[in-house]
Design a protein around this ligand. Structure first.
Ligand SMILES: [Fe+2]
Length: 526
């Protein structure tokens, strides 16, 4: 098994082409040539006795003229009709009103078993910056009606844009009450920064995964099906278009490129990564450009919202160097400060730096995973320690980026962060040891939807971090999400918390509000 894996791994790593991968894997991973998605349905006369849209519908990656519509037909519904191994035709409609009296576009797609009967319909021909309503139909059954919104026209002046960002939804740790509140925000965009699922069980449990850690495509599909069945998650998807990226738990805790946290070899981790990435694609409203090819997938990408916002969506897992000094909270070591230590990988870094130097948008957002601000800690011996899984583990590349922002004068950089299961606001200085050095960007790190359970407003660790890191202006250890109202003059982040996720019905509170003024990097409490 291992020998075969390694041979397979070497082939696609050394001279990996799409054709090699398909030839080597055959149908095992279920990848299909893109062209077959456009073929005529083979089961169009199918009648389904139960509704196949139990996972809801979703939309994502809006452009000025379109958006991706997504759904995934429930296997149980297809099995009952004897169609679990067939391609199934799915019709779709998108309208200007939720009564579907003014239909803008309609068409058909094919849900194939190779992609778990998911559909990713990339629309064009829509009007920029407006609300739409959509629904899907299959086997005589109709999906719920959901709302979406196209991006403003390229170059258009945008007076106001409202987005929210969220991350880290451990199913066992808490209820998804925060997502219910998120669904009620009537947003232009929801950004999910990763840890959409968790592969591991740890800590407190208010409900159960009911399965061991996933390793195969079937395992990951089952894990996503469990999460995606939560009515609050469905409601959040059906309320607005989403932009998603991933962090580590979509594959394996703290994996780095092809390096597993556990005892898996690189070949084993890449096989697992291929399964995990495919399941992620199957369950998310992503464009075909993000469809994985084996263990590789293009998740980093750039979105534009008129002249107001350019958003660089990053992937700090797939290409990173291994966490230095053995990972965890550690004192520095030689590899930690090595100039080649990279969290982005060379290609993504070049793409990002070119974009940051060229952009003319008013606000320039990095939608990414791990805390970028320096976060000094101390161990029992009194040594300074750094979280090697965060940007603190990759200080040379962070310095290169902050230096670039200073040098090229990128307008109003805003860093949005997940991963850390707590709320933080930080000013990003060119020199964190010198508070008089320029602030070149503002970081808003959002807490988890449910990971770590109810939490507390302040902890001894939070107090210590605030006093040891004067560039940090907020700590909060409760659950929730962050909204941002963006105008040409002001960015306003509201930290929304749900103090109780261990029981149903948790209420929403606004814990803190911070603003950034145009042309004045750094956060101010409102
Ligand atoms: Fe997380």
């Amino acid at each position: 098994m291992k020998t075969d894996d390694l041979e397979w791994y070497d082939l696609f790593r050394m001279r990996g082409t799409r054709r090699d991968f398909l030839r080597l894997t055959g149908g095992v991973t279920g990848l299909v040539a893109l062209g077959s998605l456009d073929a005529c349905g083979t089961a169009r006369s199918l009648a389904l006795s139960t509704n196949p849209f139990t996972l809801g519908v979703a939309s994502g990656d809006p452009s000025p003229d379109g958006v991706v519509l997504w759904s995934r037909l429930a296997r149980s519904s297809l099995e009952a009709a004897g169609a679990a191994d067939q391609a199934v035709g799915v019709d779709w409609e998108i309208a200007e009103d939720d009564g579907f009296t003014r239909i803008a576009r309609s068409g058909s797609a094919l849900a194939t078993p190779q992609l778990g009967h998911s559909v990713h319909i990339e629309l064009d021909g829509l009007e920029p910056g407006r609300d739409y309503y959509y629904r899907l139909m299959a086997g005589g059954q109709v999906s719920p009606v959901a709302r979406t919104k196209t991006a403003p026209a390229l170059g258009a002046t945008v007076d106001r844009f409202r987005l929210a960002f969220a991350s880290c939804q451990h199913y066992e740790h808490g209820l998804f009450t925060a997502l219910r509140h998120l669904a009620d925000e009537n947003l232009d965009l929801i950004v999910h920064l990763g840890d959409y699922i968790y592969e591991i069980s740890y800590g407190q449990n208010v409900r159960q995964h009911g399965a061991p850690e996933p390793l195969t495509l079937d395992d990951y599909r089952a894990r996503y099906t469990l999460y995606r069945s939560d009515p609050n998650l469905i409601a959040a998807h059906e309320s607005a278009p989403w932009v998603v990226t991933w962090d580590d738990h979509e594959v394996d805790n703290n994996y780095a490129n092809d390096i597993a946290q556990d005892e898996q070899t690189a070949a084993e981790l890449l096989l697992r990564r291929a399964a995990a990435y495919q399941a992620f694609y199957e369950f998310m409203p992503l464009r075909r450009a993000s469809m994985p090819v084996g263990p590789d997938a293009q998740m980093y990408r750039r979105l534009r919202f008129g002249n107001l916002i350019e958003m660089d969506v990053l992937d700090t897992r797939q290409y990173r160097s291994d966490q230095p000094c053995g990972d965890g909270m550690k004192p520095s070591c030689v590899e930690h400060i090595a100039p080649e230590q990279s969290i982005l990988g060379a290609r993504q870094r070049d793409w990002l730096f070119e974009g940051l130097a060229a952009t003319d948008a008013r606000w320039n957002v990095l939608a990414q995973q791990v805390l970028m601000a320096r976060l000094r800690g101390n161990n029992e011996d009194g040594d300074e320690t750094w979280a090697m899984d965060m940007w603190d583990g990759y200080p040379a590349e962070r310095q290169a980026m902050l230096g670039l922002l200073d040098e090229v004068g990128t307008p109003n950089p805003i860093v949005l962060t997940g991963d850390i299961h707590s709320n933080w606001v930080a000013d990003l200085h060119t020199d964190f040891d010198d508070l008089s050095s320029p602030i070149v960007a503002t970081e808003f790190a959002g807490t988890s939807i449910s990971s770590n359970g109810d939490g507390q407003d302040m902890t001894p660790g939070g107090e210590r971090r605030l006093s040891d890191n004067p560039h940090i202006k907020l700590y909060n250890g409760q659950r929730g999400y962050v909204t941002a109202e963006v105008t040409p003059d002001l960015w306003t982040s509201e930290f929304k918390i749900v103090p109780v996720v261990s029981e149903p019905g948790g209420a929403l509170e606004t814990r803190a509000t911070f603003v950034v003024e145009n042309g004045r990097p750094g956060a101010q409490e409102a």
